[in-house]
Design a protein around this ligand. Structure first.
Ligand SMILES: [Zn+2]
Length: 386
């Protein structure tokens, strides 16, 4: 019973750490596996000899010992055991759900993030992981069993992870309505507000993109301020992609050099606009369409980019976590930015994720409650609509 840890079985599986004796000895593991077989037989109203149980493990050094002991305990009860080898906890649960495998139950040998000398067992039935009280029942049944030594030579093996990966791939493809089975995410990338401004930052951005095998299709900007556009020319040159920005912010590109000198930054030539976001209500790439929501106020041409399926919005410098963009720069307007936020962003719904142009991400729900600029208007303390 000492081996119970909430809804898992946990213990020290190998020696090596001074003062930590091995508690998860093979004999105990063997009996616990037998206890699970008895528990499952009772739950499903079957004989243990009719049960099919899958066993998987993580990459711990004690996995081999644990697995042999689990096999012994299950085989001793006459269970039909399937060896899934190196697997993951969700995959082990899915071995019960998948029509192709349809196990009665499964055991995952893992101790999650615990130190190397530990190990443990997680048990699954069709209802999910066992509850604390059920694990107690398994251990009680284990204490009434004796360890059995049965050869595990004839155990069937299954490449569960391959099956699980296939399942995930199908889900992703179905979710994206994509016909491109092998590469469902191909062509799905854009860069929003590229602010990389020197060789080091350029190299980092390129490394990020290339190391993930991404293929950017467009550089899209929420607005034309130089701290959001400095990296665009690099992207155009490196990936040959077009640049999308509202034409109403073109004056900011034209005035980038004097504008940026106020901030002590030296900027070179600004990129030309290839797609005027005033002329379209969405940008498409791969199988994704981002809606263009005009949100002027920080700049006249500011837009937010909204992904309806993902319920996520890039708000640039319109809405920040518990703050809003400044409106004292050329073309800025407090009344406009508040109208943009209250009439166009807040209605996207509380659960919408917000990715601002600076600082941490947030949600519309959080901002409705905690953003002082929003709250003071909602409370009627400030009239933004002049
Ligand atoms: Zn800005």
């Amino acid at each position: 019973m000492k081996l119970q840890n909430g809804s898992d079985v946990r213990g020290v599986a190998i020696a090596g750490v001074p003062g930590e004796d091995v508690t998860l000895v093979p004999e105990a593991v063997n009996r616990i596996a037998a206890g699970f077989a008895k528990f499952l037989a009772k739950k499903l109203n079957k004989q243990t000899s009719d049960l099919r149980i899958a066993v998987g493990h993580d990459s711990r050094v004690s996995a081999g010992m644990m697995k042999e002991a689990v096999f012994g305990g299950l085989l001793g009860q006459g269970v039909h055991v399937t060896d899934c080898g190196l697997a993951s906890t969700p995959a082990m649960f899915m071995s019960i759900i998948f029509e192709d495998t349809h196990m009665d139950g499964s055991i995952m040998i893992t101790a999650s993030h615990l130190p190397y000398n530990r190990n443990g067992l997680k048990f699954f039935t069709v209802d999910g992981g066992l509850e604390k009280s059920e694990v107690k029942e398994v251990l009680t049944l284990a204490s009434q069993s004796s360890a059995m030594a049965v050869s595990s030579a004839a155990i069937a093996s299954l490449d569960l992870i391959d099956l699980y990966a296939l399942h995930l791939r199908r889900k992703i493809c179905a979710g994206l309505c994509s016909g491109m089975y092998d590469r469902p995410l191909e062509g799905m990338h854009i860069v929003v507000d590229a602010g990389n401004s020197d060789e080091r930052e350029n190299a980092r951005l390129k490394e990020f993109i290339d190391s993930r095998g991404l293929h950017p299709r467009m550089a899209v900007n929420t607005h034309g301020h130089f701290d959001h556009t400095l990296g665009v020319q690099f992207l155009k040159d490196t990936y040959g992609i077009p640049f999308a920005l509202s034409g109403k912010d073109k004056f900011l590109l034209d005035n980038a050099a004097p504008g940026s000198s106020i901030f002590g930054v030296k900027v070179g030539a600004m990129p030309s606009i290839d797609l005027d976001l005033d002329t379209t209500d969405e940008v498409r790439f791969g199988h994704t369409a981002l809606k263009i929501i005009p949100t002027p106020g920080h700049t006249p041409g500011h837009v937010s980019l909204y992904a309806p399926q993902a319920k996520a919005v890039f708000t640039g410098d319109t809405l920040f976590r518990e703050s809003i963009g400044r409106t004292d720069l050329p073309g800025g307007d407090y009344s406009w930015i508040m109208r943009s936020i209250l009439e166009r962003l807040i209605p996207l719904g509380d659960e919408t994720e917000v990715y601002p142009g600076h600082g941490e991400s947030t949600t519309i729900g959080h901002e409705s409650l905690y953003n002082p600029f929003v709250v003071e208007v909602l409370n009627g303390q400030v009239n933004y609509d002049n």
